[in-house]
Write a protein that binds this ligand. Structure first.
Ligand code: PEP
Ligand code: MN
Length: 335
């Protein structure tokens, strides 16, 4: 249930109402927006007398909420969530960010050279996998703890905040100075992992699973939010379809659709969505036009010899071209 409070209500009146709701064994989620304060009720609301609440002086209206995701629901929190990543970088609510870097961290030289060039081209977050979820156990599995160390060094050198994937909650300590923890597509429904991340305060980049619905993506965000961490960035990264020309099928309608249902920022990963470097530019532009709050793009200094995902990786020069065009398009959209 959602209670919309009248604009001129006093803070004291609102506090009294919240205390009464909490005394009914319910939890509240308060969203103070530009126009209205909205109180979301979490828990079993069946015993609440809706008519009684609606009759209160300070209540403008009440709405019953049928969706099972509450905290992620835009009805609970009408304004866009803006996530402060640190280093002056924000995402959501009009703040747009490009995250870029290699699929996998391979060496100090590789990471430093990519980090420096993507920063110059306008990327505001450095990506790089240290723990890699590979289909084959014989493929490169990532530099693990050493990879995170190299990312931290690149962060120090460039000032770029970093995003990297967690696969096992036992590794959480290694992520202490990581700015955004990525939950990859394969772990979108690893509920134990999501619950544990709910107990942290770190921004989480939650990628859509290979064959998951948007509702399932929102429910996974809800797992993290239910634990108290509301700093979530959703990522559309392509889903499985019957087509084989592209690695996945980029579901761009996910962007405006998710934004209707949730206040969380939504970004797009055109690299994993297509698997083909020459498609990254058109899909980056399409995602930007569709209203994405950002992009995450794989960039490699030597894609042919990349240890992972070379075919979808852009060279630094190609990345510059894409970023320039995306920023131009953002200007047109804003005007
Ligand atoms: C990645 O970002 O490197 C990755 C493995 O992505 P996804 O989980 O979307 O496949
Ligand atoms: Mn990759």
């Amino acid at each position: 249930m959602i209670i919309v409070i009248k604009k001129d209500s006093s803070e004291k009146q609102v506090k009294n109402l919240i205390s009464w709701i909490e005394s009914q064994d319910l939890r509240v989620h308060v969203s103070t927006g530009e126009y209205n304060t909205v109180i979301g009720l979490i828990g079993d609301t069946s015993k609440i007398d809706a008519d009684l609440i609606e009759g209160l002086d300070i209540v403008e209206s009440i709405k019953k909420l049928s969706e099972s995701y509450k905290k992620a629901n835009r009805k609970f929190h009408p304004d866009d969530t803006v996530i402060d990543i640190g280093g002056g970088v924000k995402i959501g609510g009009g703040h747009f960010s490009i995250m870029a870097g290699p699929c996998s961290v391979e060496s100090k030289e590789q990471l430093t050279s990519i980090a420096t060039s993507v920063k110059e081209s306008g990327a505001t977050v450095l990506r790089g996998g240290a723990f890699k979820p590979r289909t084959s156990p014989y493929d490169f599995q990532g530099l693990k703890a050493e990879g995170i160390q190299l990312l931290l060094e690149a962060k120090k050198q460039t000032g770029l905040p970093i995003v990297t994937e967690i696969m096992n909650i036992n590794h959480l300590d290694l992520f202490e100075n990581v700015d955004i923890i990525q939950v990859g597509a394969r772990n979108m429904q690893n509920f134990d992992l999501l619950k544990e991340l709910g107990g942290t305060k770190k921004p989480i980049l939650l990628k859509r699973g290979l064959a998951n619905t948007l509702k399932e993506l929102l429910m996974s965000a809800e797992y993290i939010m239910a634990g108290g961490n509301e700093n979530i960035i959703l990522c559309e990264r392509g889903i499985r379809s019957f087509d084989t020309f592209t690695r996945n099928t980029l579901d761009l309608s996910a962007v405006p659709m998710l934004k209707e249902y949730t206040h969380l920022p939504v970004i797009v990963d055109p690299s994993h969505a297509t698997g083909i470097s020459r498609l990254v530019k058109p899909m980056s532009l399409a995602a930007t036009a569709a209203g994405a709050d950002g992009l995450i793009i794989e960039v490699h200094n030597d894609p042919v010899h990349a240890l992972c995902d070379g075919a979808q990786s852009l060279t630094p020069a190609q990345f510059k071209e894409v970023a320039d065009k995306v920023f131009k398009l953002r200007k047109v959209i804003k005007d």
